[in-house]
Write a protein that binds this ligand. Structure first.
Ligand code: HEC
Ligand code: HEC
Ligand code: HEC
Ligand code: HEC
Length: 221
Protein backbone atom coordinates (compact mmCIF):
# COMPACT_ATOMS: atom_id res chain seq x y z
CA UNK A 1 0.00 0.00 0.00
CA UNK A 2 2.76 2.39 0.98
CA UNK A 3 4.75 1.32 -2.06
CA UNK A 4 1.77 1.94 -4.29
CA UNK A 5 1.48 5.47 -2.93
CA UNK A 6 5.17 6.05 -3.59
CA UNK A 7 4.81 4.78 -7.12
CA UNK A 8 1.89 7.11 -7.79
CA UNK A 9 3.77 10.13 -6.53
CA UNK A 10 6.87 9.23 -8.51
CA UNK A 11 4.79 8.44 -11.59
CA UNK A 12 3.01 11.77 -11.44
CA UNK A 13 6.27 13.65 -11.23
CA UNK A 14 7.90 11.70 -14.04
CA UNK A 15 4.85 12.27 -16.22
CA UNK A 16 4.79 15.95 -15.36
CA UNK A 17 8.46 16.47 -16.12
CA UNK A 18 8.09 14.54 -19.37
CA UNK A 19 5.19 16.74 -20.41
CA UNK A 20 7.06 19.86 -19.34
CA UNK A 21 10.24 19.06 -21.19
CA UNK A 22 8.57 17.55 -24.23
CA UNK A 23 6.62 20.81 -24.45
CA UNK A 24 9.53 22.68 -25.97
CA UNK A 25 11.09 23.99 -22.79
CA UNK A 26 14.35 22.24 -23.58
CA UNK A 27 14.91 24.70 -26.36
CA UNK A 28 14.52 27.88 -24.34
CA UNK A 29 17.70 29.84 -24.53
CA UNK A 30 20.13 30.05 -21.65
CA UNK A 31 18.88 32.21 -18.77
CA UNK A 32 15.22 32.18 -19.78
CA UNK A 33 12.63 31.27 -17.20
CA UNK A 34 12.43 27.68 -16.20
CA UNK A 35 11.68 28.39 -12.57
CA UNK A 36 8.01 29.08 -13.00
CA UNK A 37 7.23 25.84 -14.81
CA UNK A 38 7.21 23.75 -11.68
CA UNK A 39 4.61 21.24 -10.65
CA UNK A 40 2.30 22.31 -7.86
CA UNK A 41 1.13 19.00 -6.46
CA UNK A 42 -2.10 18.98 -4.48
CA UNK A 43 -1.48 19.28 -0.74
CA UNK A 44 -2.05 15.59 -0.02
CA UNK A 45 0.37 14.58 -2.75
CA UNK A 46 3.03 16.97 -1.56
CA UNK A 47 2.64 15.58 1.94
CA UNK A 48 3.07 12.05 0.66
CA UNK A 49 6.17 12.95 -1.24
CA UNK A 50 7.65 14.59 1.82
CA UNK A 51 6.83 11.79 4.20
CA UNK A 52 7.87 8.85 2.09
CA UNK A 53 11.34 9.16 0.66
CA UNK A 54 10.92 8.50 -3.03
CA UNK A 55 13.35 6.22 -4.84
CA UNK A 56 15.22 9.14 -6.26
CA UNK A 57 15.73 10.80 -2.89
CA UNK A 58 16.74 7.58 -1.19
CA UNK A 59 19.55 7.09 -3.67
CA UNK A 60 21.38 10.28 -2.82
CA UNK A 61 20.24 11.38 0.60
CA UNK A 62 19.92 8.21 2.60
CA UNK A 63 21.57 9.83 5.61
CA UNK A 64 19.73 13.18 5.44
CA UNK A 65 17.13 13.71 8.16
CA UNK A 66 13.67 14.31 6.74
CA UNK A 67 12.43 17.87 7.07
CA UNK A 68 8.95 18.27 8.50
CA UNK A 69 6.35 18.93 5.81
CA UNK A 70 5.99 22.63 5.02
CA UNK A 71 8.91 23.44 7.26
CA UNK A 72 11.57 24.11 4.66
CA UNK A 73 13.29 27.36 3.91
CA UNK A 74 16.46 28.49 2.19
CA UNK A 75 18.71 31.04 3.89
CA UNK A 76 18.19 34.47 2.32
CA UNK A 77 21.90 35.11 2.02
CA UNK A 78 25.04 33.00 1.95
CA UNK A 79 28.56 34.04 2.78
CA UNK A 80 30.64 32.17 0.23
CA UNK A 81 34.42 31.66 0.20
CA UNK A 82 34.69 31.78 3.99
CA UNK A 83 37.54 29.29 3.70
CA UNK A 84 39.30 31.08 0.86
CA UNK A 85 42.90 29.95 0.54
CA UNK A 86 43.79 33.20 -1.19
CA UNK A 87 43.80 36.88 -0.34
CA UNK A 88 40.43 37.11 -2.09
CA UNK A 89 38.11 36.48 0.83
CA UNK A 90 34.40 36.26 1.53
CA UNK A 91 31.68 36.87 -1.04
CA UNK A 92 28.14 37.81 -0.05
CA UNK A 93 25.43 36.19 -2.15
CA UNK A 94 21.77 37.11 -1.85
CA UNK A 95 19.97 33.86 -2.69
CA UNK A 96 16.54 35.34 -2.27
CA UNK A 97 16.99 38.09 -4.82
CA UNK A 98 18.64 35.76 -7.33
CA UNK A 99 16.10 32.96 -6.95
CA UNK A 100 12.95 35.08 -6.79
CA UNK A 101 13.71 38.45 -8.40
CA UNK A 102 13.82 39.39 -12.07
CA UNK A 103 17.51 38.50 -12.29
CA UNK A 104 17.88 37.38 -15.90
CA UNK A 105 20.49 39.46 -17.78
CA UNK A 106 17.76 41.61 -19.35
CA UNK A 107 15.97 41.98 -16.01
CA UNK A 108 12.70 40.73 -17.45
CA UNK A 109 12.50 37.21 -16.06
CA UNK A 110 13.28 35.13 -13.03
CA UNK A 111 16.26 32.79 -13.26
CA UNK A 112 15.47 29.09 -13.18
CA UNK A 113 16.89 27.25 -10.17
CA UNK A 114 18.63 24.87 -12.56
CA UNK A 115 20.57 27.70 -14.16
CA UNK A 116 22.80 27.49 -11.10
CA UNK A 117 21.88 24.11 -9.59
CA UNK A 118 22.61 22.48 -12.92
CA UNK A 119 22.70 18.87 -11.70
CA UNK A 120 19.18 19.22 -10.25
CA UNK A 121 17.33 18.47 -13.45
CA UNK A 122 16.59 15.36 -15.51
CA UNK A 123 19.26 14.14 -17.86
CA UNK A 124 16.98 14.82 -20.83
CA UNK A 125 16.97 18.55 -20.03
CA UNK A 126 20.76 18.97 -19.97
CA UNK A 127 22.55 20.88 -22.68
CA UNK A 128 26.26 20.45 -23.52
CA UNK A 129 28.71 20.63 -21.84
CA UNK A 130 26.45 19.46 -18.99
CA UNK A 131 25.91 15.72 -18.63
CA UNK A 132 25.58 15.08 -14.89
CA UNK A 133 22.06 14.71 -13.51
CA UNK A 134 21.16 14.04 -9.88
CA UNK A 135 17.41 14.72 -9.92
CA UNK A 136 14.59 13.30 -12.01
CA UNK A 137 12.34 16.33 -11.62
CA UNK A 138 13.65 19.80 -12.44
CA UNK A 139 14.33 21.81 -9.29
CA UNK A 140 11.79 24.58 -8.71
CA UNK A 141 10.56 26.08 -5.46
CA UNK A 142 7.54 23.76 -5.59
CA UNK A 143 9.39 20.58 -6.54
CA UNK A 144 11.94 21.34 -3.84
CA UNK A 145 9.26 21.72 -1.19
CA UNK A 146 7.59 18.49 -2.26
CA UNK A 147 10.77 16.43 -2.16
CA UNK A 148 13.06 15.11 0.55
CA UNK A 149 16.03 15.13 -1.79
CA UNK A 150 18.60 17.65 -0.68
CA UNK A 151 20.13 20.25 -2.96
CA UNK A 152 23.85 19.62 -3.01
CA UNK A 153 26.02 22.68 -2.61
CA UNK A 154 28.33 23.62 -5.46
CA UNK A 155 31.25 22.95 -3.18
CA UNK A 156 30.21 19.34 -2.61
CA UNK A 157 31.44 18.74 -6.19
CA UNK A 158 33.54 21.76 -7.20
CA UNK A 159 36.48 21.43 -4.82
CA UNK A 160 39.21 23.93 -4.08
CA UNK A 161 42.32 23.42 -6.15
CA UNK A 162 44.53 20.72 -4.67
CA UNK A 163 41.96 19.49 -2.16
CA UNK A 164 39.96 16.78 -3.88
CA UNK A 165 38.80 14.29 -1.22
CA UNK A 166 39.84 10.66 -1.56
CA UNK A 167 37.61 8.75 -3.93
CA UNK A 168 36.24 11.88 -5.61
CA UNK A 169 37.24 13.53 -8.85
CA UNK A 170 37.32 17.19 -9.85
CA UNK A 171 34.54 17.99 -12.36
CA UNK A 172 35.91 18.96 -15.75
CA UNK A 173 34.56 20.35 -19.00
CA UNK A 174 36.34 21.38 -22.17
CA UNK A 175 39.63 20.04 -20.81
CA UNK A 176 39.51 22.39 -17.80
CA UNK A 177 39.29 21.45 -14.14
CA UNK A 178 36.19 23.07 -12.70
CA UNK A 179 37.51 24.08 -9.28
CA UNK A 180 35.24 26.12 -6.99
CA UNK A 181 36.99 29.22 -8.28
CA UNK A 182 36.34 28.49 -11.94
CA UNK A 183 32.83 27.06 -11.50
CA UNK A 184 31.48 29.99 -9.46
CA UNK A 185 33.28 32.54 -11.60
CA UNK A 186 31.76 31.11 -14.80
CA UNK A 187 28.34 30.99 -13.20
CA UNK A 188 28.29 34.42 -11.55
CA UNK A 189 30.35 36.35 -14.08
CA UNK A 190 28.91 35.13 -17.36
CA UNK A 191 25.49 36.27 -16.25
CA UNK A 192 26.69 39.56 -14.71
CA UNK A 193 28.77 40.39 -17.79
CA UNK A 194 25.79 39.71 -20.05
CA UNK A 195 23.57 41.83 -17.79
CA UNK A 196 26.03 44.76 -17.77
CA UNK A 197 26.19 44.64 -21.54
CA UNK A 198 22.41 44.81 -21.87
CA UNK A 199 21.96 47.27 -18.99
CA UNK A 200 25.11 49.40 -18.50
CA UNK A 201 23.38 51.29 -15.66
CA UNK A 202 23.73 48.16 -13.48
CA UNK A 203 27.40 48.98 -13.02
CA UNK A 204 26.26 51.74 -10.68
CA UNK A 205 24.37 49.34 -8.42
CA UNK A 206 26.13 48.73 -5.09
CA UNK A 207 27.63 45.27 -4.96
CA UNK A 208 27.07 44.43 -8.62
CA UNK A 209 30.30 43.19 -10.24
CA UNK A 210 31.53 42.05 -13.61
CA UNK A 211 34.45 39.66 -14.18
CA UNK A 212 37.29 41.99 -13.28
CA UNK A 213 35.66 43.71 -10.31
CA UNK A 214 37.32 41.23 -7.96
CA UNK A 215 37.05 43.38 -4.88
CA UNK A 216 33.45 44.30 -5.37
CA UNK A 217 32.56 40.64 -4.77
CA UNK A 218 35.42 39.64 -2.50
CA UNK A 219 36.39 41.10 0.84
CA UNK A 220 40.17 41.23 1.06
CA UNK A 221 41.54 38.73 3.62
C1 HEC B 1 30.56 37.93 -9.09
C2 HEC B 1 31.41 37.86 -7.95
C3 HEC B 1 32.87 37.53 -8.14
C4 HEC B 1 33.80 38.22 -8.89
C5 HEC B 1 33.61 39.44 -9.76
C6 HEC B 1 35.06 37.56 -8.65
N1 HEC B 1 34.88 36.49 -7.82
FE1 HEC B 1 36.33 35.25 -7.15
N2 HEC B 1 34.95 34.02 -6.34
C7 HEC B 1 33.61 34.31 -6.25
C8 HEC B 1 32.93 33.19 -5.65
C9 HEC B 1 31.45 33.10 -5.37
C10 HEC B 1 33.94 32.22 -5.35
C11 HEC B 1 33.78 30.83 -4.75
C12 HEC B 1 33.30 30.84 -3.33
C13 HEC B 1 33.38 29.50 -2.66
O1 HEC B 1 34.06 28.59 -3.11
O2 HEC B 1 32.72 29.41 -1.60
C14 HEC B 1 35.20 32.79 -5.80
C15 HEC B 1 36.42 32.16 -5.64
C16 HEC B 1 37.63 32.78 -5.89
C17 HEC B 1 38.92 32.23 -5.54
C18 HEC B 1 39.17 30.88 -4.87
C19 HEC B 1 39.23 31.05 -3.38
C20 HEC B 1 39.54 29.74 -2.67
O3 HEC B 1 40.68 29.57 -2.26
O4 HEC B 1 38.62 28.91 -2.56
C21 HEC B 1 39.88 33.14 -5.92
C22 HEC B 1 41.38 33.02 -5.77
C23 HEC B 1 39.16 34.26 -6.53
N3 HEC B 1 37.81 34.01 -6.47
C24 HEC B 1 39.75 35.37 -7.06
C25 HEC B 1 39.09 36.32 -7.83
C26 HEC B 1 39.76 37.32 -8.64
C27 HEC B 1 41.27 37.51 -8.74
C28 HEC B 1 38.77 38.04 -9.27
C29 HEC B 1 38.92 39.17 -10.26
C30 HEC B 1 39.69 38.89 -11.47
C31 HEC B 1 37.51 37.50 -8.81
N4 HEC B 1 37.74 36.46 -7.96
C32 HEC B 1 36.25 37.96 -9.21
C33 HEC B 1 32.98 35.46 -6.69
C34 HEC B 1 33.56 36.43 -7.49
C1 HEC C 1 26.76 16.76 -8.08
C2 HEC C 1 27.96 17.50 -8.40
C3 HEC C 1 27.81 18.96 -8.81
C4 HEC C 1 27.13 19.98 -8.16
C5 HEC C 1 26.30 19.89 -6.89
C6 HEC C 1 27.38 21.17 -8.93
N1 HEC C 1 28.17 20.89 -10.01
FE1 HEC C 1 28.76 22.18 -11.45
N2 HEC C 1 29.54 20.65 -12.54
C7 HEC C 1 29.63 19.34 -12.11
C8 HEC C 1 30.19 18.51 -13.18
C9 HEC C 1 30.50 17.01 -13.08
C10 HEC C 1 30.41 19.38 -14.28
C11 HEC C 1 30.95 19.02 -15.66
C12 HEC C 1 29.81 18.84 -16.66
C13 HEC C 1 28.85 17.75 -16.24
O1 HEC C 1 29.27 16.63 -15.88
O2 HEC C 1 27.62 18.01 -16.24
C14 HEC C 1 30.01 20.71 -13.84
C15 HEC C 1 30.05 21.85 -14.62
C16 HEC C 1 29.83 23.14 -14.15
C17 HEC C 1 30.05 24.35 -14.89
C18 HEC C 1 30.58 24.44 -16.32
C19 HEC C 1 29.42 24.45 -17.28
C20 HEC C 1 29.64 25.39 -18.42
O3 HEC C 1 28.61 25.91 -18.89
O4 HEC C 1 30.79 25.63 -18.80
C21 HEC C 1 29.74 25.40 -14.08
C22 HEC C 1 29.82 26.88 -14.40
C23 HEC C 1 29.28 24.84 -12.81
N3 HEC C 1 29.35 23.48 -12.90
C24 HEC C 1 28.86 25.59 -11.73
C25 HEC C 1 28.18 25.05 -10.62
C26 HEC C 1 27.51 25.83 -9.60
C27 HEC C 1 27.47 27.34 -9.55
C28 HEC C 1 26.94 24.94 -8.74
C29 HEC C 1 26.09 25.22 -7.51
C30 HEC C 1 24.98 26.14 -7.65
C31 HEC C 1 27.28 23.61 -9.21
N4 HEC C 1 28.03 23.72 -10.35
C32 HEC C 1 26.89 22.42 -8.60
C33 HEC C 1 29.24 18.85 -10.89
C34 HEC C 1 28.46 19.55 -9.98
C1 HEC D 1 22.04 32.49 -9.24
C2 HEC D 1 22.28 31.12 -8.82
C3 HEC D 1 21.22 30.40 -8.04
C4 HEC D 1 19.87 30.32 -8.27
C5 HEC D 1 19.07 30.95 -9.41
C6 HEC D 1 19.32 29.47 -7.25
N1 HEC D 1 20.31 29.06 -6.40
FE1 HEC D 1 20.08 27.89 -4.75
N2 HEC D 1 22.01 28.24 -4.23
C7 HEC D 1 22.94 28.91 -5.00
C8 HEC D 1 24.18 29.02 -4.24
C9 HEC D 1 25.45 29.68 -4.74
C10 HEC D 1 23.95 28.40 -2.99
C11 HEC D 1 24.90 28.36 -1.79
C12 HEC D 1 25.43 27.02 -1.50
C13 HEC D 1 26.41 26.60 -2.51
O1 HEC D 1 27.49 27.16 -2.59
O2 HEC D 1 26.08 25.68 -3.27
C14 HEC D 1 22.58 27.90 -3.02
C15 HEC D 1 21.96 27.19 -1.98
C16 HEC D 1 20.72 26.59 -2.07
C17 HEC D 1 20.16 25.71 -1.08
C18 HEC D 1 20.81 25.31 0.24
C19 HEC D 1 21.80 24.19 0.04
C20 HEC D 1 22.48 23.87 1.35
O3 HEC D 1 22.42 22.71 1.78
O4 HEC D 1 23.08 24.78 1.94
C21 HEC D 1 18.94 25.30 -1.54
C22 HEC D 1 17.97 24.36 -0.85
C23 HEC D 1 18.73 25.95 -2.83
N3 HEC D 1 19.83 26.73 -3.11
C24 HEC D 1 17.59 25.81 -3.61
C25 HEC D 1 17.30 26.63 -4.70
C26 HEC D 1 16.00 26.68 -5.35
C27 HEC D 1 14.79 25.83 -4.99
C28 HEC D 1 16.11 27.62 -6.34
C29 HEC D 1 15.03 28.10 -7.29
C30 HEC D 1 13.80 28.57 -6.70
C31 HEC D 1 17.48 28.14 -6.31
N4 HEC D 1 18.15 27.53 -5.30
C32 HEC D 1 17.98 29.11 -7.17
C33 HEC D 1 22.73 29.43 -6.26
C34 HEC D 1 21.49 29.61 -6.85
C1 HEC E 1 21.53 34.24 -14.21
C2 HEC E 1 22.10 35.51 -13.84
C3 HEC E 1 22.90 35.67 -12.57
C4 HEC E 1 23.71 34.77 -11.92
C5 HEC E 1 24.01 33.33 -12.32
C6 HEC E 1 24.26 35.46 -10.79
N1 HEC E 1 23.79 36.73 -10.73
FE1 HEC E 1 24.23 38.14 -9.31
N2 HEC E 1 22.98 39.47 -10.22
C7 HEC E 1 22.33 39.24 -11.41
C8 HEC E 1 21.63 40.45 -11.80
C9 HEC E 1 20.79 40.63 -13.06
C10 HEC E 1 21.89 41.41 -10.81
C11 HEC E 1 21.37 42.86 -10.74
C12 HEC E 1 19.91 42.85 -10.43
C13 HEC E 1 19.26 44.19 -10.51
O1 HEC E 1 19.63 45.08 -9.71
O2 HEC E 1 18.37 44.35 -11.35
C14 HEC E 1 22.75 40.74 -9.82
C15 HEC E 1 23.20 41.35 -8.66
C16 HEC E 1 24.12 40.80 -7.80
C17 HEC E 1 24.67 41.47 -6.62
C18 HEC E 1 24.24 42.84 -6.09
C19 HEC E 1 23.27 42.67 -4.94
C20 HEC E 1 21.99 41.96 -5.34
O3 HEC E 1 21.73 40.85 -4.80
O4 HEC E 1 21.24 42.45 -6.20
C21 HEC E 1 25.59 40.61 -6.07
C22 HEC E 1 26.44 40.83 -4.83
C23 HEC E 1 25.60 39.40 -6.88
N3 HEC E 1 24.69 39.55 -7.92
C24 HEC E 1 26.39 38.30 -6.63
C25 HEC E 1 26.34 37.11 -7.37
C26 HEC E 1 27.17 35.95 -7.11
C27 HEC E 1 28.23 35.85 -6.01
C28 HEC E 1 26.82 35.01 -8.02
C29 HEC E 1 27.36 33.61 -8.19
C30 HEC E 1 27.30 32.74 -7.04
C31 HEC E 1 25.77 35.57 -8.85
N4 HEC E 1 25.51 36.84 -8.44
C32 HEC E 1 25.15 34.89 -9.89
C33 HEC E 1 22.30 38.09 -12.14
C34 HEC E 1 22.97 36.90 -11.81
Amino acid sequence: MKNLAKLCVLGAFVLFSFVTFAGGLTSVERYRVRAQAGPTPPANMAANATNSSNANAAATTAATPKPAAGDKSIPKTFTLAQDSASEYGEVTFNHDSHAAGMYSPDGKAAVGCVECHHTDQPKSALKPPLVTSERDVALTMDSWKASTQKVNTCRSCHFQEGSVPDGKTMPAAGGKDLTNELAYHINCNSCHDAAAKLRPELKKKTGFATTNDCLICHKKN
